[in-house]
Ligand binder design. Structure first.
Ligand code: PLP
Length: 466
């Protein structure tokens, strides 16, 4: 063994203690750290020939990056749709790295942990056993997988096996949608369908939800053997939901595959107050749900649920690899998703679900939605801000009001100043043709007190910049 490696091997206990102590301290001060810290461009380094050993590298890491480690996992990071990590999920994640077991392995206990976690999630979401679930790295890969199954289904409707014979043997695919997430569009590029295969149906007025009447008219005007719809259960700007029940009703008269992107909106199912938003989702063909957002497990973790396991197998099976067994005889997650080897990412989810249960998740969701609604109300009643959409779930989409100069510039300066101060982080967007911003509540830590700090920061920065 290399002498430095040997030394580290002998010091394992000390190394872990140093790391654990740093982690505990970091977590203790998480809420007082700036939510965002900008970092200057680094000069490049060369890879050392002789390594320094783990203890020295830890010091180097802190020296180089320590000052820029922000409280981005904390309560007031409201940018994008970024969750945190529950204590139990963190324990599960550490163990995942320590055990370092291949999540796709057919060996115990990896497969049973994964199967059990997926069935917990089906219970949490109230999804019927007709769905087969699988873990992937994020909602982008879940959308990729769901749309790959849709593509395979399209081939089947036209008597073509796309995974064996390629897309060119099937008639051109159209994907009908209204406000697809950028990752769904990216998936179409990765799947060889092309970004232009999207057919955009208009939204309902001042909404991000599909106009089902316009969709029905499109279908009447374009008679076809089969249709694929990419629906949304919570858009990123306003957390708006397509009317899933109305989309599912179209299946009675037409041959339709529905893929539903419920990356964070799927968690509405955890709450009796909000699960009506997902009415009908048990009847779609595939569903994307992110775990590293509202489930508050570390990156990278998401799920694809599908009602077409045989098509999924057709696409993702490993064949001609005797050591992996026969995919038609032996179940293995390697044959149901894009990855082969991967970390046992079900374990953090298993820990968190076992630790907090149905009521814990209902609480996280309801608390976040209540805070978003409270923020929406304060925004609406203020003289400085304009609420651009009703708060459908956990996202507040708003802009500045009564400003002097051009709105796009003012919003840009406002956000730069706000985010630089580090009390809160919010991302820019555009809504209804207006430069805007959005705050998304998905962190288990966020409280009313945080909302007060956020609102105070918004008003202070408005006074400074607008
Ligand atoms: C975040 C998000 C995605 C992409 O998820 P990643 O986990 O970043 O890959 C897809 N769809 C929706 C609606 C999202 O919010």
């Amino acid at each position: 063994m290399n002498t430095t490696l040997q030394h580290d091997h002998d010091q394992f206990d000390e190394l872990l203690t140093v790391t654990k102590n740093w982690c505990a301290q970091y977590l203790q001060k998480l809420e007082s750290l700036p939510v965002h810290i900008a970092m200057p461009v680094e000069k490049g380094m060369h890879l050392p020939v002789e390594g320094a050993g783990a203890a020295k590298v830890f010091e180097a890491f802190l020296q180089q990056y320590g000052a820029y480690i922000s409280g981005n996992a904390g309560a007031r990071y409201l940018g994008f749709v970024t969750g945190g990590t529950t204590p139990a999920a963190l324990m599960g994640d550490w163990l995942t790295s320590v055990i370092d077991m291949n999540g796709s392995s057919m060996e115990a206990p990896s497969m049973s942990i994964e199967q059990q976690t997926i069935s917990f999630l089906q219970e949490l979401f109230g999804l019927p056993p007709a769905f087969t679930g699988a873990f992937v790295s994020g909602a982008t890969m879940a959308n990729f997988t769901g749309l790959a199954v849709a593509r395979e289904w399209w081939g089947e409707q036209h008597g073509v096996n796309i995974s064996d014979d390629g897309l060119h043997s099937a008639p051109p695919v159209k994907i009908i949608s209204c406000k697809p997430h950028s990752s769904a569009v990216k998936s179409l590029s990765m799947l060889g369908l092309g970004r232009n295969s999207f057919v955009q149906i208009p939204t309902l007025p001042n909404r991000e939800a599909i106009d089902v009447q316009a969709l029905s008219e499109y279908i009447q005007q374009h008679p076809a053997k089969a249709y694929i719809i990419a629906a949304s259960a919570a858009t990123v700007n306003t957390a708006d939901f397509d009317d899933i029940q109305a989309l599912v009703a179209l299946k009675k008269h037409h041959n339709i595959y529905i893929h539903l992107d419920a990356a964070f909106g799927g968690f509405a199912a955890c709450s009796d107050r909000f699960k009506h938003l997902l009415k009908g989702w048990e009847s779609v063909d595939s569903i994307t749900v992110d775990a590293h957002k509202w489930m508050n497990v570390p990156y990278d973790s998401a799920l694809i649920f599908s009602k077409h396991p045989s098509l999924q197998l057709q696409i993702f099976k490993n064949i001609g690899a005797a050591y992996l067994g026969d995919p038609s005889k032996q179940f293995s997650y390697t044959n149901y998703g894009p990855e082969n080897s991967r970390r046992l990412r079900a374990l953090p989810a298993w820990f968190s679900l076992m630790a907090y249960g149905k009521s814990g998740y209902a609480h996280i969701v309801e608390n976040n939605v209540d805070l978003a609604k409270a923020m929406g109300k304060q925004i609406q009643e203020s003289e400085q801000f304009e609420l651009l959409s009703p708060v459908h779930l956990n996202t507040v989409c708003f802009t500045l009001k009564n400003t002097r100069g051009e709105l796009s510039k003012t919003v840009k300066i406002f956000l730069q100043t706000l985010n630089k101060e580090g009390k809160v982080f919010i991302t820019a967007t555009e809504f209804a043709g207006k430069p805007a911003m959005r705050a998304a509540f998905v962190n288990w830590r966020t409280t009313q007190q945080d909302l007060d700090i956020v609102m105070h920061a918004l008003h202070e920065v408005y006074a400074k910049t607008s």
